[in-house]
Each structure stands twice: as C-alpha cells, then as structure tokens.
Design a protein around this ligand. Structure first.
Ligand code: GDP
Length: 417
C-alpha cells in the first residue's frame, strides 16, 4: 500500500536461464526480503546441501500472495526511492500471453534472461517476438551466469550481438545488454568487481531507467463488466480503459448506439465523486432505462469504435492441435464473447527461427496474420491505437489456446448505421 508510481516489469527467458534467481537476488540485495523469509530459504537450500538459493526467496512470497489475491503468474513488489516495481516472473510464455492478451496484466518493460553458457535459444527469440507483438517497447537483456564462462568478454559480446541482430530483424532493440551473475550478485544490484570491461548500468540501474509507458490520449472507452441493482437504481460497472467520464455528460453505448446522459458516477468507497479517470473502476447510473448487458462498450458520442464481424489480426497460437482455417473457437475481447474462426491466413511464421511456412495451418508457438470472422459483431479498436480494446484471446473448451492483436478493421464487413 503506497502512493509511489507503479511500473510492471516482466522477466522472460528460456527455462533455467535464471529468471527467478535474478528476481530473488534483486530483492535480497536491496533489502526487500524480511529476515524470516531469508531464514526459510536458507534452511530449504541447506536441506539440499546448497548455499542460499535466491529463487527460493520467491517461493515464500508466492505462498503469501496467493492467500490474498489470485495471481496467474508470480508477482513480487519491489520499491526504490522513487518507484514501486511489480516484478513478474512469467514461468512460461503461455501465462504471460494469457495475462497480457486478456488484460489481466500489462507490462511496461521487460527483462529477457539468457544463460551465458547456453547462449541464445529458440525460446529467447520467441519471447522477444512476443514482446513486440504485445507492444512492450522497453527491453533489457541480461546475459546471466557469467561465472560459468569465466567472465569472458568475448562470449558476452557474441551473445549480445547475436540477440541484438535478431531483435533488429523484427524491428526491436534492447536498451542495454548486461553481463551478470544472479548467483553471485554481479551487476544485479551491485556493480561487479569481476566484470571490469563493462561500463553500462547494473540491472537495478536499468530498471530505474525504464520510463512509465506514456498513456496515449484516446477517447472514452468503458467496457461494461456488470449490471446490478441498488435499491431502485440500475448501475453499470466497469473500468474506464481510456479517456475520462463526468457526471452529466452524454455517452453512446455500443453496439446499440443508444445515447443517454450519465446521471451519476460512483467509485466505492469514495463519496461525492463526479469524474472517473483512465484506469479507474466505476459504476454509472443513466437518466434513461436503456438496454444494457455485459460486453457492451460505453464511449463518448463523438468517437466511434469499430463494430464488425471481421478484422485482420496477428495471432499467436498455443493449442496442441494446429489452428486451421474454419475451425470454431470462442473469442473474447474484454467482456465480449462470441464464436470465431480464422477465415483466411496470409502469413505463418515460426517465431523461434523466423522462418515462414506455407499459410495452411498454425502450429503451436507460431504466429499468423490473417482475417478472423465472428458470429456476433465485435466492438474494438486497432491494437496500436488502443491496446485495451484491440487484443483478444481464443478459447477452446475452457482453455486459452491462443490470442492476438487486431491490426486492421475489415471494412467490407463493418456493421453499417
Ligand atoms: P528460471 O527457470 O529461469 O527461473 O531459472 P532459476 O532461477 O530457477 O535458475 C535455474 C538454475 O540456474 C538454478 O539452479 C540456479 O541456481 C542457477 N543459476 C541462476 N543464476 C545463476 C548464475 O548466475 N550462475 C550460476 N552458476 N547458476 C545460476
């Protein structure tokens, strides 16, 4: 509970390259771990005949957090003088994708970890690709476990060059590549005395260099999450994703396009609220008894979202079976749900190797570009302009098996007035 500005940084990388150890070390060296937590991790490490395993510092914290709120991937808080960081350890890219595309979390920066002894792996490239797809624009790369390669500068340079070249090929760049060892704490929170040939920032300094993502100005969008009664009043609840909303203003509700006036706004537990800002949850009462249901979207009258049964998208597929055109899935955009299918595929890319394959189906881990069609019209904005209304997940049964971002409305399918 703090009023410091918050920033979410996600840690990615091939399994075992050291994400958890890195986060544990960062928390430990900056004195963010309570003593009993350290004792607990030390005892667990000792049972296995090891010195302190920094990753175990997180296990304790996870358990503690799980009692409070449901979290889909490990999140640990971390405070510096000016900022509160949420460090998210994405155990697999499935969790990360699910969270980012469903809107459950939003990372403003990323740290990608590469094991110095193993070098760039397919997964390292897949994760880099995902970050660009998801619109995460700030990245730092940590070449970890430098102790395993004798702190060798040439090995570091060659990994750094290989990965930066890969990023450049997808139009992305890392702000810094940091040689480090989470195990020994070199260049994590403390500057390494062994890596004298590196003058760039430590990981901690790099975190402080990340900028909070500037929120683009965008007109009002408030997806309706719930409708409930309070006495005789009927309230629509949701989160103002973009723009702002004031009591007394006129709004349009989609897809019906009915207009009405906001009679009052509420933001529990505050009282006397008249304005709701971007990112705030609120309940609204209208002057007219218009039709409303979960999944509808409230906008300002002068700004229309797209409403269409088709749109072009970039899709990441995770399903066991390849995605094939025509196969039906459930599509979720915010609180909207409808059946959807891939109508046509333009391009299918293996993100691990950047190879293109014939656009016939989309195997797991591949990214596709193509046209998606839906049973019901979907209310959306293009992802680049408004991420909150431009991302979706695809559900097969109860499992999220894919998702993506909307790149363009398909004009000829647009619902007319
Ligand atoms: P994750 O799967 O990416 O979260 O990886 P972990 O943090 O669990 O680390 C995987 C293994 O690498 C563990 O056995 C760590 O002790 C080890 N490890 C992590 N960082 C370093 C390092 O800097 N040097 C060495 N030698 N081992 C490390």
């Amino acid at each position: 509970v703090t009023s410091l500005p918050e920033m979410t940084v996600v840690f990615l990388g091939h399994v075992d390259h050291g994400k958890s150890t890195l986060i544990g070390r960062l928390l430990y060296d900056t004195g963010q771990v309570p003593a009993d937590r350290v004792d607990f991790a030390r005892a667990r490490s000792a049972e296995q005949g090891r010195n302190l395993e920094f990753a175990y510092l997180l296990d304790g914290l996870e358990e503690e957090q799980e009692q409070g709120i449901t979290i889909d991937f490990t999140q640990t808080g971390f405070t510096t003088s000016g900022r509160r960081f949420i460090l998210a350890d994405a155990p697999g890219h499935r969790e990360f994708l699910k969270n980012m595309l469903s809107g459950a979390s939003r990372a403003e920066a990323a740290v990608l970890v590469i094991d110095a002894a193993e070098g760039v792996q397919e997964q390292s490239r897949r994760h880099g690709y995902l970050l660009t797809l998801l619109g995460v624009k700030q990245l730092a790369v940590v070449v970890n476990k430098m102790d395993l390669v004798g702190w060798d500068e040439r090995i570091f340079r060659s990994i750094a060059q290989e990965y930066q070249a890969f990023l450049a090929s997808i139009g992305f760049a890392a702000q810094n590549v940091i040689p480090a060892a989470a195990h020994t704490g070199d260049n994590i929170a403390v500057r390494s005395a062994r890596i004298k040939w590196y003058q760039g920032p430590t990981l901690l300094e790099q975190l402080e260099r990340f900028q909070p993502a500037a929120r683009k100005e965008f007109p009002l969008r408030m997806p309706v999450q719930d409708i409930y009664r309070s006495g005789k009043r009927r309230l629509l609840a949701g989160r103002v994703e973009t723009g702002a909303l004031t009591a007394g203003q006129t709004i349009t509700i989609w897809p019906t396009r009915e207009q009405t006036t906001v009679k009052s706004v509420e933001r529990w537990p505050e009282t006397g609220v008249t304005q709701i800002l971007t990112g705030q949850n609120a309940a609204l009462e209208f002057t007219d008894p218009l039709f409303a249901e979960r999944g509808m979207v409230i906008t300002s009258p002068d700004s229309s979202p797209s409403v269409s049964r088709a749109f072009y998208a970039r899709v990441v597929w995770l399903g066991r079976q390849p995605l094939v055109p025509g196969q039906r899935y459930k599509l979720k955009v915010g609180f909207q749900e409808t059946a959807a299918w891939m109508e046509s595929l333009n391009r299918v890319i293996d993100t691990g190797s950047l190879r293109e394959v014939p656009p016939e189906c989309v195997p797991a881990g591949f990214i596709a570009e193509g046209l998606i069609m839906t049973d019901q019209p979907v209310i959306f904005d293009v992802f680049d302009e408004n991420p909150a209304m431009g991302r979706f997940v695809l559900v097969d049964g109860y499992q999220i098996t894919g998702g993506g971002v909307i790149t363009m409305p398909a004009e000829k399918y647009q619902t007319g007035d």
